[in-house]
Ligand binder design. Structure first.
Ligand code: SF4
Length: 214
C-alpha cells in the first residue's frame, strides 16, 4: 500500500517543470514507485520512445533488463514490487552520440525525498555511469567497466550493471567477462528479493519470476 506521503510526492514530481527550458519536449516525468517495493532500478533518463508512452523501460532496454532480471512485464511494472526511479524523469534530448545526460536538477530536487519513501528496498540495480556516480560516490571505481567488474564488493544491497540499451551493444560485447558474471547474478538476486517478498506477503504470489540460474 503506497503511503500518502509517497502519493503526494509522486503528484508533485509529475507536475514538475523545474528544467523545462533545457528539455526538447514538454516535461513528462516517467517513473514508478510504491512504498512496498523491494527492488529499486536506478537508470539514466527516459529515451524518446519511453517519453512518448509514459511507461518506464517500454523499449529494447527494458526487454534486455527484464531478461537479466528473470522477470515478466506485469511483475516488472508493479510499483509495489519494483520502483523505477531514474536519475532524471524527462527525456533530455539528443546529443552527438546518443541521448544527452540526465538533467542534474532532477536528482538534486527529487532523488533523496523519493528514496526516503521506499523503506523496503533491499536491492538496488544501478544502470550506467550517472546512477553509479550518485549512489556509489567515491566507492565507484575509476571506470564503469571496473565498477561492474567489481560488483561483488557492493553486494548484496547494490548491484552495478551496464546500461542495457542497444546503444551499449559494443561495450557489452567488449566486456563479455564482466557481463557474464554480473548479469546472471542479477536474476539470482532479484529472485531472492521476490522470494523474501512472497514470504512476507503470501497473498501476492502471482509474480512470475523465472527460476534463478544455477
Ligand atoms: S527532468 Fe526532472 S526536474 Fe526536469 S522537469 Fe522533468 S521531473 Fe522536473
Amino acid at each position: 500500500m503506497t503511503t500518502r506521503a509517497l502519493q503526494r510526492l509522486l503528484r508533485e514530481v509529475r507536475a514538475c517543470t523545474l528544467c523545462t527550458e533545457h528539455l526538447p519536449l514538454p516535461p513528462r516525468p516517467v517513473l514508478q514507485a510504491g512504498s512496498g517495493a523491494r527492488i529499486l532500478i536506478a537508470g539514466q533518463a527516459p529515451g524518446r520512445k519511453v517519453a512518448a508512452s509514459g511507461i518506464p523501460f517500454d523499449d529494447a532496454s527494458g526487454a534486455r533488463l527484464r531478461d537479466w532480471m528473470g522477470i515478466d512485464e506485469p511483475a516488472f511494472h508493479d510499483p509495489e514490487r519494483i520502483a523505477i526511479v531514474p536519475m532524471a524523469f524527462c527525456y533530455p534530448g539528443r546529443g552527438r552520440s546518443g541521448d544527452l545526460p540526465p538533467r542534474p536538477e532532477c536528482a538534486a530536487a527529487w532523488r533523496a525525498p523519493l528514496l526516503a519513501q521506499l523503506p523496503h528496498v533491499r536491492l538496488t540495480l544501478l544502470l550506467g555511469s550517472h546512477a553509479l556516480a550518485w549512489h556509489l560516490g567515491p566507492r565507484a571505481a575509476a571506470s564503469l567497466t571496473e565498477t561492474v567488474r567489481a560488483w561483488r564488493t557492493h553486494g548484496p544491497a547494490i548491484l552495478p550493471l551496464p546500461h542495457p540499451s542497444p546503444r551499449n551493444n559494443g561495450w557489452l560485447k567488449r566486456t563479455r567477462g564482466s557481463r557474464r558474471s554480473c548479469c546472471p547474478n542479477c536474476a539470482r538476486e532479484c529472485g531472492r528479493c521476490a522470494a523474501e517478498a512472497r514470504r512476507r506477503r503470501p497473498d501476492r504470489t502471482s509474480c512470475r519470476w523465472r527460476p534463478s540460474p544455477p
